[in-house]
Design a protein around this ligand. Structure first.
Ligand code: MGD
Ligand code: MGD
Ligand code: SF4
Ligand code: MO
Length: 734
């Protein structure tokens, strides 16, 4: 077969860069950046350009597998789906629908039609037991959106193309892209802020790669809440509030002002390490430069107070008049207004406060992943007895891997839907092989209202550009067929249910006519595009293969409109639940942090060549392990360690032994360890097992006491640890 060149886009991270791939039949030969992509303009990172090592990996699962004892056997799809379907049905009939759960990983974010079918399956089953790694990265933001703007999906993003004062707290866009908004070519775009006379400031316990685009301010891990409270207070004291806008469109200002009043720049300095003068200088620029936006991400989300932090951050953006303003934070409206649609439909994006008996919320319908093992190992009658794990590796992603292993081992039924037999899949009873992103048609991230959440709004569409191996299936198909086997009614409608199950039969029928009749994702997306007044699939492919720019970000399209989804149409600056937690714990937390300011705090370090745990098996991306404990040289000296020496890092929950790298990019009394490593259970990921590294989540605690109460987020960053030189010698070949 001739080699073909095709244009598509990457879906490994949210930057969604344009790619040009060479394909020979069903084999991916190479991946290059798409020079002509309307937004990424020739940028793509190594994870994208070396994706062929993942796509073509000999370790990929390409047929359904069943574990019989310790042996894995290849079985047919019919057998797999029938057996799994019957087991789910029997479990649910005997123990009730909540006994069968779901655990969702981050790669599923980039898959447009999948949630429709997954949700239809679980709704039909009657189970709301959804867990997933959203509670390790970002549900605190959804909680705040719900309380301030009336719906979880009502999400702002910074208008980076026009901003003059941009402050990035606990994020590293140069390495990670961004979360919950698109910003390909992030470094270039952030450098442009400084070029046009603005400031771009990174508040972070490490002088990160992104800091080349602007300035850097050190902050002690998990103390941002004091910094933000003091920042908000300073804005108020210095007259930085746009009172007219606040009075017209918002409520709760007085309560907010009163809550932050005790938090001075001087007070925060003692625990954050950010000099009071630095904070005041930042506030001066914020007010003077006008168009200002604060953005935060996982580094802060994963602390003990991620919800309080995002609330304060959104309040600062709002009261300074920057919310819904050019160069401030904007509320994309996109192809579909996800917030409006979700509010109308109810269901999976709702905030559920009464599903759990322990009082933890289910933000966007997700139970806290920190409670997954607990809910399995509990002796409650409705405990979790079976689960599907989809695109996730909770043994590495979540706290207390030992407990996660014990819990997964105890389940009666575990089904992994994945590309690989990862550590969690190794403990499953069945593995169902899924398509990679190159093997499916898509629009960019659905969560972002289909590309609305980007400083350069655009739309792009891709067909599947590589033919999936014959034994691999798209998840929409898997859930439809599973529904038939488990006798689950889809879409709460008998006719639609029958049709959707038939549709899945048609989609891979041997009869060409039936296959052509099937309503495939391509056809669904075509309909969605046209309904939104955009070019259909064919036109997108032929006329706009590199994407179609949709004009500038829109402003003044939110405040005072029906898009504010609170009952009274006002932005709520002082939601009761959030204020109550602030009142309750700020002083106690502050005292605790003051008393522990000389101890080490652990935080994370994402790396350009890996994404969470799933690139460790690529021989082109991971050639040696880079899983070090990064320490400040002064701390290294005190501990008596130099580069590559082993240290033991110990928390209240566990300990790891890990080699050291010293760098003055790391704040003293803190230690950065990349997560996503620790492939010691990786029997079926041979390359990853050669460079295992250690799992930093051994140091994180699970259970309610290590879970943020307003959102269910796991506490993964800013964990107190002790470090000592290890008694063991450093391994020479790391
Ligand atoms: N290369 C690569 N890209 C990725 C990923 C990956 O694993 N590798 N993962 C993807 C995923 S799933 C996500 S959610 C996004 C995440 O995207 P980001 O949130 O940008 O993730 P990080 O690069 O880890 O940035 C978090 C930053 O917070 C800092 N930090 C840690 N603790 C604190 C704290 O208490 N306070 C402050 N102020 N800063 C703190 C860390 O030093 C780090 O620089 O990245 C995505 N992109
Ligand atoms: N200490 C610490 N822990 C963290 C973090 C941290 O910063 N520090 N970050 C947290 C964050 S933000 C996240 S998102 C989680 C990540 O944790 P997870 O969401 O569990 O992600 P991975 O561990 O990378 O596992 C992803 C799995 O999906 C599979 N996969 C890839 N593409 C597809 C696909 O298209 N379909 C299917 N079905 N499977 C696919 C891969 O093979 C891999 O096995 O980790 C969290 N854990
Ligand atoms: S930055 Fe993200 S989207 Fe772009 S190529 Fe790399 S992994 Fe893919
Ligand atoms: Mo994430």
């Amino acid at each position: 077969m001739a080699v073909e060149e095709k244009i598509t886009f990457c879906r490994i991270c949210e930057a969604t860069c344009g790619l040009k791939v060479k394909v020979d039949g069903s084999t991916l030969i190479s991946v290059e950046p798409d020079e002509d992509h309307v937004v990424s303009q020739g940028y793509a990172c190594v994870k994208g350009t070396r994706f062929e090592s993942v796509q073509n990996s000999p370790d990929r699962v390409t047929a359904p597998m069943k574990r019989v004892g310790q042996e894995w056997q290849e079985i047919s799809w019919n057998q797999a789906l029938e057996e799994i379907g019957q087991k789910i049905r029997a479990m649910v009939d005997k123990h009730g629908p909540q006994s069968f759960s779901h655990f969702l990983g981050s790669p599923t974010g980039a898959h447009l039609v999948l949630p429709i079918f997954r949700n239809a399956f679980y709704e039909g089953l009657g189970s709301h037991r959804f867990y997933g790694t959203a509670t390790t990265d970002t549900v605190n933001k959804f909680r705040v959106n719900e309380d301030m703007y009336g719906q979880a999906m009502r999400l702002t993003f910074p208008d980076v193309e026009h901003v003059k004062f941009y402050m990035v707290i606990g994020a590293n866009p140069a390495v990670s892209g961004n979360t919950l908004f698109h910003l390909p070519r992030a470094v270039t775009r952030m450098k442009a802020i400084v070029k046009r006379g603005g400031r771009c400031v990174f508040v972070n316990p490490r002088r990160i790669e992104s800091a080349q685009a602007g300035e850097h301010v050190f902050i002690r891990p998990d103390t941002d809440v004091y910094f933000l409270a003091a920042y908000c207070n300073e804005i108020i004291k210095r007259g930085g509030v746009d009172h007219e806008r606040v009075e017209r469109y918002m409520k709760g200002y007085q309560r907010l002002a009163k809550l932050v009043e005790p938090w001075t720049a001087e007070k925060q300095e003692s625990v954050t390490g950010v000099p009071a003068d630095t904070l005041k200088d930042l506030v001066s620029s914020h007010i003077k430069l006008g168009a200002a936006a604060l953005y935060m991400a996982t580094g802060v989300n994963q602390g003990r107070n991620g919800t309080l932090c995002f609330w304060l951050l959104e309040c600062i953006n709002a009261i300074t008049g920057n919310l819904d303003s050019r160069g401030g934070t904007v509320m994309g409206d996109g192809m579909i207004d996800m917030a409006v649609e979700s509010k109308k439909a109810g269901g999976f994006t709702d905030l559920n406060l009464d599903r759990r008996s322990d009082g933890l919320p289910c933000v966007v319908g997700q139970h806290p992943s920190n409670m997954f093992a607990h809910d399995i190992l509990s002796d409650a009658p409705d405990r979790v007895r079976g689960t599907i794990i989809e695109a996730s590796n909770p043994i590495i992603a979540c706290s207390r891997p030992d407990r996660m292993v014990e819990a997964l081992k105890s389940l009666e039924l575990v089904v992994s839907i994945d590309l690989f037999k990862n550590e969690a899949a190794d403990l499953a009873h069945y593995i169902l092989p899924a398509t990679s992103f190159l093997e499916r048609a898509d629009l960019p991230y659905a969560l972002q209202s289909f590309t609305a959440n980007t400083p350069m709004p655009y739309i792009t569409y891709t067909d599947a550009v590589v033919k999936a191996p014959p034994g691999v299936r798209n998840e929409w198909w898997i859930y439809s067929r599973l529904a038939a086997a488990a006798k689950v009614r889809m879409f709460n409608n008998p006719v639609l249910s029958v049709l959707s199950k038939l549709n899945a039969r048609f989609a891979d029928s041997d009869i060409g006519l039936l296959r052509r009749l099937a309503l495939t994702p391509e056809k669904l997306i075509d309909g969605m595009l046209k309904k939104s007044g955009l070019p259909g699939r064919k036109d997108m492919l032929e006329k706009h293969p590199h994407g179609l720019l949709l004009g500038d970000t829109r402003v003044n399209n939110f405040l005072g409109t029906e898009r504010v989804l609170t009952d009274d149409g006002l932005v709520n600056l002082a939601p009761d639940a959030i204020c109550a937690v602030f009142e309750d714990k700020m002083d106690a937390d502050y005292l605790f942090d003051l008393n522990n300011r000389d101890r080490f705090k652990l935080f994370g370090k994402r790396e350009i060549k890996t994404i969470n745990s799933w690139m460790g098996n690529s021989d082109r991306l991971v050639k040696a392990q880079s899983n070090y404990a990064w320490l400040h040289p002064r701390d290294g000296e005190q501990l008596g360690v130099k580069n590559d020496d082993l240290v033991t890092v110990r928390s209240a929950h566990g300990e790891v032994e890990i080699p050291v790298k010293l760098s003055d990019d790391v704040m003293p009394r803190s230690v950065a360890i990349p997560h996503g490593w620790g492939h010691k259970y990786a029997k079926s990921l041979p390359h990853a097992a050669q460079h295992p590294g250690v799992n930093s989540n051994t140091l994180a605690g699970d259970g309610i006491e290590n879970t943020e109460k307003l959102s269910g987020m796991s506490h993964l960053s800013g964990i107190l640890v002790d470090i000592e030189r290890s008694r063991h010698e450093a391994r020479s070949a790391l």
